[in-house]
Design a protein around this ligand. Sequence first.
Ligand code: HEM
Length: 370
Amino acid sequence: MLTLDPPSHPNPYPSYANLRQHGGLHYLEAPGLWVASDAATVAEAFEQPACHVRPHEEPVPATIADGPAGELFGRLMRMNEGEAHQAPRRFLMPFLNALDDEEIARLTRYRLSASDVPAPSDAMFRVPVMVIAALLGCPPEHEAWLAAQTSRFVAGLNPLGTSVQREAAHRAAEALMATVSRFETLPTRAQGTLAPDILVANLIGLLSQTHDATAGLIGNAMLALHARPSLRDALAHRPEGVATMIEEVERHDPPVHSTQRFVAASCQLGDTWLKPGDTVLVLTASANRDAALTPDADHFRLERRQRISFSFGAGRHHCPGRRLALGIATHVITGLLERREYVNTLHHQGYLPSRHGRIPRLTSTQEEHA
Ligand code: HEM
């Protein structure tokens, strides 16, 4: 019987490879869902109009539906189809596309420089969210507060979270909506195109989408360097190679391993017919290692003629934050490599519990709390 290890498993990749060998969709009885694990089926799932991001009967998870966190969730483009998805995306894509790489670098390096030896959790979670907050027009004195509230909101959305975390997420959602609605530049530009509550929710969405995924990318990049002392030394002398290393980390050991699709109308993926109510786990981390697209896919290699990755999704919901996430991670890692012994001092204590994310728990023997 085929099994699927969770992304928090020390090495889930052999279980992905077993599934991938069978190709197409495979039904797993225990979670009761279909799994798409090869590149062709993953790409098809992302393009299929009848495969939606939320189940029809539960647009907002029941665990948070009654309260401000649920209200906010229900307005996110990430969690909607049709015009509720397209309208915020139409407004925010040009804003995100226009962000300047130099500005992203400057904001990241400045926030990382608050501490000589940043705690890994600050470098992973706090710095990226503070950078996004700054780009959205948050006054500098509120950035750390905003990052802390984002963290509470995100923890309450995790289906593996506790009732205490969910209650904290409602309070954080309230606080975030009140604060972000006072940001000036973007709401002024959105007037007449987007309702204020939709804009505010989707700006908070940018902060919350950044939180875990970018943390996982930075954490997995730290682990890749920890395991490869010669790469660490080479990049310390040649920091212009860090961007390529980050791209290989996001292909080879990505922070997001999967996403889900909920079948809204009968449709076909590969040779399998799906019916309304079926759920598909789209195993992007497995598709990244599909030999049909990537030679020597199981190996971490900086030199690749073409790097094909599904880590940022594809199709109509593909991630609009890819360039930002890669830019922030590149400058965080470059800054940490300049702190010569930093990567040597890391301790890895497994991964945070998550159904879709691979985010390492890291501590440093030298850490200072800013
Ligand atoms: C390494 C970091 C990141 C990874 C791996 C990642 C991955 C993804 C993936 C896989 C999706 C598609 C989900 C699906 O189709 O079910 C997605 C969507 C999204 N991401 Fe990211 N993301 C990252 C960082 C960011 C950042 C920094 C932002 C904010 C600027 C962001 C904003 C979004 C938004 C708003 C969506 C929803 C798009 C839509 O529904 O049209 N992400 N991301």
